[in-house]
Every structure is written in structure tokens, then in C-alpha cells.
Design a protein around this ligand. Structure first.
Ligand code: SAM
Length: 223
């Protein structure tokens, strides 16, 4: 029976990998990776020698059928992304769906993903939340922000450091200046920070201090 396992990998600190994830990486017949060089680096760190082939956003459609065929011919195929849980703002969903259509079993191992430590550490309500991932880069940003401005649950965005200030400024027409925001940077890395404050305080701060590193942006739900 062929199986596709989605194996989460560290989002920074290389100690954040489970024993089961390591075993699956060792036992896999084939590993699909977003960037094979990134995955080979992790495998080297873990002392694992494995065949790694590419499955990234640009070839999802073109190689989908071929990839499903490779999974079908393997006992255990593993999909990893560069960091965190595959298919969460990363390639993977299409492969999962295509495998299910062929009755291939799917397993997703629990493991690192940036959104969970970000919301739990923010102190914002985490009994209910919505994950927005990345906002559209160009068209549709304002419309989406307007739609989200009345959301009562905590909103989680993934954001790049270059776009953070622009996003905060684009929120201003729709979210009140006093809306609580938490900017989480560099989770599990040396310069991990949770920067909490109102929308206007965040804008003022990031105008002065250019943000760096990987960012999760959290917006408190409307009260
Ligand atoms: N699959 C990943 C996951 O499960 O979280 C997400 C991949 S997505 C391409 C990359 C985005 O995740 C980054 O731009 C950032 O918003 C967020 N991210 C990943 N690692 C992070 C970290 N160590 N600290 C803060 N945010 C991170």
C-alpha cells in the first residue's frame, strides 16, 4: 500500500523535529522537497542520506501526475517543505488531493508550524482564530482587509518584512488605531520577539525600526 506522509520540519531551531519525523525521513523511499538544497542541509544535519526530488510551487501542476505516480510506486513517500508543515502556505495541498483521488493514504505528522507558537505566545484569544496566510501581493489586498475588519476572532497573517509596514498602514482605514496587534519575529531563532501594541503604535515603531526576519502578524478580533 502506497502512502504519502507530510513531515513537518523546523522553522528555525533544528532541535524542533520529532523522533517520528526523523524515522520517516530515514525510512522514506523518496522525499519530495520544496527546495532540495534546503532539505539536503537538514538531512545532512540529521546524518540521513536519502533521495530527494523537487516538488515546489512552480511545478505543482506540471509534475503533479508524475509525482502521484512516484507515490503510487513507493511504499512510503514523504513530502517536506523548506520549513514548518507542508501545505500550510507552502506547496503540498494539490499533491494531497491528487493522492486521495487515487485512494493513496495520507498521513500528516504533528510538528512545527509558525502560526501555532505565534498565536499562543501573543496572548490574544486562541480558542477561536482564523488563519489568513499571505495577503494577495497586489490586487485584492484592500478588499480583503476591509472584509476582515469586522472579524471577531484573532486573525493570523504570514507577512514578509518588506511588506509589513505597508500592510499595517493599509489596515488603518478599516481597523481602529487602537486595535491590538502583535508582530512575532524569528520564532525559535536567536532574535525571537513578540512586539505587542496598538495599530498606530506598531506603525510608528516600524517606521523607525525596519523589520527583519520572518514574521507572523496577529490582529486581535474586533471587540
Ligand atoms: N509551512 C510553514 C508553516 O507551517 O508555518 C509556512 C511557510 S510560508 C512559505 C513562510 C512564512 O511563514 C514566513 O514568511 C513567515 O510569515 C512564517 N514563518 C516561517 N518561519 C517563521 C519563523 N521562524 N518565525 C516567524 N514566522 C515564520
Amino acid at each position: 500500500m502506497a502512502k504519502l506522509a507530510l513531515v513537518p520540519t523546523p522553522i528555525g531551531n533544528l532541535e524542533d523535529i520529532t523522533l517520528r519525523a526523523i524515522r520517516y525521513l530515514k525510512e522514506a523511499d523518496i522525499i519530495f522537497a520544496e527546495d532540495t538544497r534546503v532539505t539536503q542541509k537538514l538531512l545532512k544535519h540529521l546524518g540521513i542520506q536519502q533521495k530527494v526530488i523537487s516538488f515546489h510551487a512552480h511545478n505543482e501542476h506540471r509534475f503533479l501526475e508524475k509525482s502521484v505516480q512516484i507515490v503510487e510506486e513507493s511504499e512510503l513517500a514523504v513530502l517536506v517543505s523548506d520549513a514548518g508543515t507542508p501545505a500550510i502556505s507552502d506547496p503540498g495541498f494539490l499533491l494531497v488531493r491528487a493522492c486521495l483521488q487515487k485512494n493513496i493514504s495520507i498521513e500528516c505528522l504533528p510538528g512545527p508550524s509558525a502560526l501555532i507558537p505565534a498565536i499562543v505566545g501573543s496572548g490574544f484569544p486562541c480558542d477561536k482564530f482564523i488563519f489568513e496566510g499571505f495577503l494577495p501581493h497586489k490586487k485584492g489586498r484592500q478588499t480583503r482587509l476591509k472584509e476582515l475588519s469586522t472579524e471577531e476572532r484573532t486573525i493570523i497573517f504570514y507577512e514578509s518584512p518588506h511588506r509589513l509596514l505597508k500592510t499595517l498602514e493599509q489596515m488603518l482605514p478599516f481597523f481602529s488605531e487602537s486595535r491590538q496587534i502583535c508582530v512575532v519575529r524569528e520564532l525559535s531563532k536567536m532574535f525571537e520577539t513578540y512586539h505587542r501594541g496598538t495599530l498606530s503604535e506598531q506603525i510608528a515603531y516600524f517606521k523607525e525600526t525596519a523589520p527583519r526576519g520572518e514574521i507572523v502578524l496577529l490582529v486581535h478580533g474586533v471587540e
